[in-house]
Design a protein around this ligand. Structure first.
Ligand SMILES: [Fe+2]
Length: 305
């Protein structure tokens, strides 16, 4: 977590250090030796402050106003399936009393998600190194940051928080096709040599983070970076088509094509000038399976071949 952002102290310092060390140490391990359990931290739900819940609620309603028009039906269906609560920071596991409404309880999203696809969201203190992250995905575990942005950083946060991770990513994990895609991504990324690193990062960026999909002839957003940002969604869906880039307020919406995606560089920290549009999530799953086969062929090839 960045020092310049003041988070509510919801993670114990020792636990934070232990989890971060386990994740960092995994970089030197063979993937078969990695135990993801060590990366996770307890979500101490009672430590979320009134401000934390208010931030969640404000972000939710700001997006919700237009999200039903902008977002993929698959995403919206997932959001309803995991019973995300608009008024409270999401609980990951179990059930707790609602801190502000006596007699009411809050149920963890994993209690709904796990029976659907076997995926679960696990609390982490912040960014995981790549190998640790891929290990989690390969086991159908999604590392979710459990801190939430402070009220004075409402509109721009340079790193993921629980709003980005849970509101943005987790609803799609309730869809069986997307669920399979993401696990295959994790497995392939773990086996992949350094020659695949860039391609896999691009595939993730142009789909999981900023992907669009055509549903019944309508353009919809599904990538987490887009879903969780009002201005990014507006831009992706309504900016005039063109190659002029963000300086001219234009965007290129290309039909999804695996080889084109993995050869497209991306830049962070500004609106995307190029986006890729899926026909369906099956198209994404099949493309991932193709890529995973390429990784397997390369990992089985004799050295120097
Ligand atoms: Fe993300």
């Amino acid at each position: 977590m960045r020092e310049d952002i003041k988070y509510n102290n919801i993670i114990d310092g020792d636990e934070f250090a232990r989890a971060q060390k386990a994740a960092d140490d995994s970089a030197g391990l063979d993937h078969t030796q990695i135990d993801t359990e060590g990366f996770y931290v307890e979500q101490q739900y009672h430590k979320y402050s009134e401000e934390n819940h208010r931030v969640w609620k404000t972000l939710w309603y700001k997006r919700w106003d237009v999200l039903e028009k902008q977002a993929s039906e698959t995403y919206l269906k997932g959001l309803r399936a995991i019973n995300l609560n608009p008024d409270r920071v999401p609980l990951l596991f179990g059930e707790v009393p609602d801190p502000y409404e006596p007699g009411k309880t809050i149920t963890g999203i994993n209690e709904y998600l796990r029976p659907l696809t076997g995926w679960q969201s696990r609390g982490v203190p912040g960014y995981l190194p790549a190998k640790a992250f891929f290990s989690c995905l390969s086991r159908r575990e999604f590392p979710s940051t459990i801190v939430i942005r402070p009220e004075d950083k409402m509109d721009y946060l340079p790193e993921p928080d629980i709003f980005h991770d849970v509101f943005g990513h987790v609803p799609l994990h309730a869809d069986p096709v997307f669920a399979d895609f993401l696990q295959t991504y994790g497995k392939a990324a773990l086996l992949a040599g350094p020659e695949h690193e860039e391609a896999l990062a691009r595939l993730f960026w142009f789909t999981v983070e900023f992907g669009l999909i055509s549903e019944n002839g309508n353009l919809k957003v599904y990538g987490s970076g887009t879903i969780s940002s009002h201005s990014e969604s507006e831009y992706a869906l309504t900016a005039p088509e063109g190659k002029g880039g963000r300086d001219n307020g234009q965007i290129e919406r290309r039909p999804f094509n695996l080889d084109q995606v993995i050869n497209t560089p991306f830049e962070i920290d500004h609106f995307q000038d190029i986006v890729y549009v899926l026909d369906s999530f099956e198209q994404l799953r099949d493309a991932m399976n193709d890529y995973a086969n390429r990784v397997l062929e390369d990992s089985n090839a004799p050295a120097g071949a």
